[in-house]
Design a protein around this ligand. Sequence first.
Ligand code: TRP
Length: 475
Amino acid sequence: MSEPKVWARKSTFIFAAAGSAIGLGNIWKFPYMVGENGGGAFVLVYLICVLLIGLPVMMSETIVGKYSHGNAIDAISKTAKRSNASQWWKGTAVLSMVVIFVILSFYSVIAGWAVDYTYNFAIGEFSGKNADQVGKFFGDLLADPKRLIIWHSVFMFLTAIIIARGAQEGIEKSLGIMMPLLFIILIAVVGYSMFATGKFSETINYMFSADFSKITPMVIIKAMGQAFFSLSLGMCVIMTYAAYMRKDVSITESSLYVTGLDTIMALLAGLAIFPIVFANGMNTGSGPGLLFVTLSTAFAQLGVIGTVLGMAFFFLVIIAALSSSISLVEPFVKWCEEHFGINRVVTTFTYCFAVWAFGLITIYSFNDWSVVEFMGTEDKPLLGIGKSPFDVLDFFASSVFLPLGGLLVSLYVGWAMDKEISREQLFTLSGFFFSLWLVVMRFVVPVLICLVFVSSILGEAKTVEIIEQVTNYFH
Ligand code: TRP
């Protein structure tokens, strides 16, 4: 048997997993979720979720990948064999591959918006625009399938090129450039926000002083879901990268670094964005438009500095998204390469083309098909999800299958897989911490994920109602 393929450098697993984790989830989603869910209260709950669920699940996925040095499906198969567990657990990885296909198809479209913004900041298109005009600019972008398709194609193509070149030549080398760049640009924007806007202490106060009355069950549930998405968990992505991990690298330490870096980047994104939003007297609770409308309006008002900042900022978003999107392609490509011996370049381009084509559904959901009453009617959309095909895809991928994947992974590692495998792999962990990890994986994580799962299916209103009924019952 040939030697397993591993990263050239010891630190690459950390870089790769952090690259996967740090993405639109940190820079786009995290700040607007903070804005919508009570500032410091959300941040506090989020940090607890990362530590309590994120870190142990990250360690679990890493164990399976590193143990077997292979693609996720075969990795589960191999560990299951040694544990005398059912081969059906492979279904977890199969399910993941379907889900990340769908996630990538809309991830790329949204990343495409950032490409469009970078380009338009660069040519000075935003200069002097007010909030209404920036809002209209965003609306026009969404209404124009051709423009969306161009940028979606550019982004998918970049992703494919990196993956086609292989783990070391493509992923490892590109991350060596992307990750430092990401950090430098973000620090530069934070630096600007900190010194030039005069709103830094207000921001610190907003993000880090928690008003405990704002911590509702729904905030906790949303924070858990966000932690999962942001850390790329539950989808065998981290497992796939861990397969390239060198033997001498500690899983616990690496997982701590990855979760730490991901969290730091999310917080920095907040520190970069909120001072600018405050300085312009704008609203932090503007939801998904926070970056593409609110922040962009602020940049547009800043003259030349704004043009440079806007360009740098959206370029940062592209890089962060790219280092995540490659992690969504690698699991399938690695499986085809190892399991069927199919050429990597052929698989990559075929797969990316399929994802690209599927992404058209998302693109047309913002314009021509936005009112297609897909599996529901306008006033009674399916499960209350919304009516465009994209709403439905996003709902099933992010709110149903992501937590479901996480649940399966945690049940597999916590219960089905032989705990000796984990004990061997977590060799740097003391007996006490190992037991603590196991208890958390077996009991805490599955229960919490079930909560996220059920609530995301029932919807916010229904969940709040049930929680109220239960609490009333006990009063
Ligand atoms: N974590 C990435 C982000 O924050 C997105 C991502 C990459 C992801 N790989 C994933 C999400 C796997 C879920 C599962 O943007």
